[in-house]
Write a protein that binds this ligand. Structure first.
Ligand code: AKB
Length: 314
């Protein structure tokens, strides 16, 4: 099946392209930005601004995807700097994409939601279905995207499905998230020998290594519809404190200097998110299982980041 990916140049998009091409999918990448050097694949790359309905229709009519992975979004920390732009891209952009699918008869829409869609004061771990009252523009637009997609599914039969990602870690350049402190402990820790996290050492949020996240997204996309009793699934891997991540990194990179200095704005965002997610629905309905724990991720990250530094990519 031909798949169209929006927001292909981001942290998730570049990894999703590699994964899908490796499985012989017919992939059309798209982004508002040109193909970045980090994308070394020979993949079709369309200019696509999700705030522009005419442009969306033109691309979809031409490439005729059977499914769309909708990744285009501004993340939480960046989103608080530019909330109005975030609303346009995340909220209006998602509506535009869903509407184009309805008009042009695209069958399947895969949505990436997030732990940021939840708000404070919830049970630990947070169940799949719970009252969602996020405090960031990013979180608000992701809840709205979940609800809107569900509406298109019920009213017009669009096969809408997706996952709520934890904070994602990979050997790459992050894009404005509040969970990025975890990634920087590895990348800056190895490149510069030090990193000061912008949160307290006891900050704890759900995290996941990117290979698990990409596999989850493709597994939910390809699960038989009759197995799915809902549209959006919590997925979980591990929930270490920031201090525990620092310990894991320090064991793998002796001498690295990892310190903590909380930034009030980003700390407040992190404190509003779940400590852990209950992913039993994903496990039961489509067999989700993470493969990486914290130390497994650290072992692989160290190899990946070392290679990036050696190649001059970091
Ligand atoms: C962010 O930090 O905004 C994202 C997320 C948790 O969705 N990584």
């Amino acid at each position: 099946m031909r798949v169209l990916i929006t927001g292909s140049g981001g942290q998730v998009g570049l990894e999703l392209i590699s994964f899908l091409l490796g499985r012989d999918h017919d992939v059309i990448a798209s982004d508002v930005a040109p193909k970045p050097d980090a994308c070394t694949h020979d993949v079709a790359w369309e200019h696509l601004d999700v705030t522009q309905p005419d442009e969306i229709r033109e691309v979809i009519e031409r490439v005729r995807p059977g499914a769309i992975y909708h990744l285009a979004a501004i993340l939480s920390a960046r989103g608080e700097q530019i909330p109005h732009v975030t609303y346009e891209i995340n909220q209006t952009g998602t509506r535009n994409m869903l509407e184009a699918c309805r008009e042009l008869d695209v069958q399947k829409f895969i949505f990436t939601s997030t732990i940021a869609a939840f708000g404070p004061g919830l049970p630990d771990p947070v169940p799949n279905e719970v009252s969602m009252r996020p405090t960031t523009m990013y979180g608000i637009t992701k809840v709205a995207g979940e609800l809107l997609g569900e509406y298109y599914r019920q009213k017009w039969g669009l096969d809408f499905r997706g996952v709520r990602f934890p904070g994602l870690i990979n050997a790459g350049v992050p894009g404005g998230g509040t969970s990025d402190y975890a990634l920087h402990m590895y990348t800056s820790g190895m490149k510069d020998g030090r990193y000061e996290s912008f949160c307290h050492a006891d900050t704890r949020i759900p995290l996941m290594y990117m290979p698990d996240a990409i596999r989850a997204l493709v597994e939910v996309a390809e699960a038989p519809r009759e197995k799915l009793r809902r549209s959006i699934y919590n997925i979980a891997a591990f929930s270490p404190t920031a201090g525990q991540i620092a310990e894991s990194v320090a064991q793998a990179i002796p001498g690295v200097d990892l310190t903590f200095k909380s930034d009030p704005l980003r700390q407040a965002i992190l404190d509003s998110w779940p400590r852990a997610l209950d992913d039993s629905a994903a496990r039961e309905e489509w067999g989700w299982r993470p493969q990486y724990d914290l130390d497994g991720m650290t072992a692989d990250m160290v190899l990946q980041v070392r290679q990036m530094i050696a190649d001059g990519r970091l």
